[in-house]
Write a protein that binds this ligand. Structure first.
Ligand code: NAP
Length: 498
């Protein structure tokens, strides 16, 4: 079973030991990155495995391989030798692994490692892409059958990531570690078991790593707790079904927490992974390779994915935007769960069955605003649509016979006639831009029901103002949960757990 390895990038041995203790229950292996230690700390590396009480990798990574070590090769070899010297008869007090790059040729180091039971990881790094001959490269890395071949490559596209999975399949027979670094490679950190990887590298949570005495290691690494708790790393298998979310930049999504928790409770062998996607065609080649079964779709792809759908639900046809793709034998079937998620959430909040007699302002005219407008229309409400780009407000409003205007003084004045319910659907006010308010010129009377589809932060600047004026307010989390539950049913055929 693939192991979880914590990459230790503290400036002192003490800091690294603190990190091991913090994550001990989540990790199987630690990697002592000697290249991050202050020079004086290097005298104590030999004692590290005994102090840490966990199998440890000894690594002294050069700058050219993505590390911090800038001194000469002689000094590096001396450090590696110091780490392997004076082996203890109790092997747990020795380094369990040593990382030697493929171009490092020091037979005495290899002999010392083999004699005392330290496994050699023979590593190769490519920060510019994925080698065309990666399979051959991986096979030729190992000098003897007991070494672990490690290739860490930087994909430039999801097609590159797909290639990594193909190479993993072709090299099932060898002990290896395969990593796609950077934002394209997150799935390779989670799906180590599918890749047949010996271990997956993790780093401390960003808040912990922001400590001045710790530096960030590999780009794209997750923290151990997220890998184990959110992505259920320990229960994933070679056959685990893959689902996920595509969007860009995809920084504020809570969907992985919701879906993975559902799989856990329902004991479904599945995992839900975030894929930050800019280039859709390249992503769909990875979706084929991984046989991805279902996808949530978010900004900016809700309309562009329509061309990938071989079937579209009646909501998708009605609204013109798709937030859910389900793989079928005929291709991708497109659905829209935003619409029902939104209306169920709003109606539940106001305790009504429809929006009959309600005058509603919808701020925004993007993908989700289309779903909101279509639902307000279906529920017999009358609406005004305000958007920064006016022609888009017109495009959404006119087919429904709604009023429209720009997000400007005139638009704000018009709101006086549509203020029973105000629904904010733009990304204005979302983390990290929490000081923004899309309708800062509008004065709340205190009688409006105000819904902001944003859920991070929990209360946007606009919602705070509305609540202060006495309005009833609702954020987007309930809608998110409701639409995710509908997706869960479409993906798995099972109801989301209570
Ligand atoms: P989208 O298609 O990209 O639309 C973005 C909208 O925001 C457009 O109306 C755009 O106006 C407007 N906008 C962006 N920056 C602006 C600015 N600086 N000033 C004024 N208007 C600005 O995105 P979407 O899919 O509709 O999603 C929009 C928001 O809804 C996001 O925050 C998303 O997280 C949230 N959402 C929540 C849920 C949920 O379940 N709670 C579901 C879906 C979406 P222009 O047309 O002028 O560019």
């Amino acid at each position: 079973m693939a192991k979880v390895c914590l990459c230790l990038t503290g400036r002192t041995i003490l800091k690294d030991l603190e990190l091991v203790d913090r994550y001990r229950s989540y990790i199987d292996v630690a990697e002592l990155r000697v290249d991050f230690l202050d020079p004086d700390e290097r005298f104590y590396i030999r004692r590290f495995p005994a102090l840490a009480g966990i199998p440890t990798i000894l690594t002294v990574r050069r700058k050219i391989d993505g590390g911090n070590f800038v001194e000469g090769e002689g000094a590096r070899i001396v450090l590696l030798a110091a780490g392997l010297a004076f082996a203890d008869t109790d092997r747990r007090r020795n380094f369990a692994y040593v990382d030697l790059e493929d171009d490092l040729d020091v037979p005495s180091l290899e002999e010392a490692a083999r004699t005392f039971g330290t496994k050699i990881i023979r590593s190769y790094h490519n920060f510019n892409g994925v080698d065309a001959d990666l399979e051959q490269k991986l096979r030729s890395l190992r000098r003897t059958g007991d070494e672990i071949a490690k290739a860490a490559v930087m994909p430039q596209s999801y097609e590159d990531v797909a290639k990594l999975y193909q190479v993993a399949e072709q090299t099932r027979d060898i002990d290896k570690i395969l990593i796609a670094m950077g934002p394209h490679g997150v799935s390779t950190r989670i799906l180590a078991e599918k890749l047949g990887s010996h271990l997956s590298f993790t780093s401390p949570l960003v808040e912990v790593a922001s400590d001045a005495d710790i530096q960030v290691a590999g780009p794209g690494q997750l923290d151990p707790k997220t890998l184990v708790d959110t992505y259920r790393f320990r229960s994933l298998t070679k056959d685990t079904k893959v689902y996920g979310i595509i969007g860009y930049p995809l920084t504020a999504t809570s969907s992985p927490q919701i879906h993975n928790r559902g799989y856990d409770e329902k004991k479904i062998d599945a995992v839900y992974i975030p894929f930050p996607v800019q280039d859709l065609p390249s992503f769909f080649s990875l979706a084929d390779t991984l046989d991805i079964q279902g996808l949530s779709v978010t900004v900016p792809h809700k309309e562009t994915v329509l061309s990938y759908c071989s079937q579209r639900s009646s909501e998708v046809e009605r609204i013109g935007s798709c937030n859910t793709l389900v793989k079928t034998s005929q291709g991708w079937a497109g659905y829209n769960t935003d619409a029902k998620g939104f209306s169920d959430s709003l109606l539940h909040f106001i305790g009504k069955q429809s929006l009959w007699n309600k005058r509603v302002t919808i701020i925004g005219a993007g993908g989700v605003a289309k779903a909101v407008a279509a639902e307000v229309y279906r529920l017999k409400g009358r609406a005004l649509i305000l958007n920064r780009t006016q022609y888009k407000a017109k495009e959404v409003a006119e087919p429904l016979n709604f009023a429209w205007a720009g997000l400007d003084n005139r638009g704000i004045e018009l709101m006086d006639r549509y203020r029973d319910i105000i629904i904010q659907t733009t990304s204005v006010g979302m983390e990290p831009n929490i000081d923004e308010d899309p309708i800062e010129l509008y004065k709340f009377r205190g009688k409006e029901v105000v819904m902001d589809l944003i859920y991070k932060p929990e209360e946007t600047k606009m919602l705070k103002r509305a609540a202060k004026a006495g309005c009833k307010t609702l954020n987007g989390y309930d809608m998110l949960l409701r639409q995710a539950k509908l997706q869960f049913l479409l993906f798995t055929g099972q109801e989301y757990p209570d």
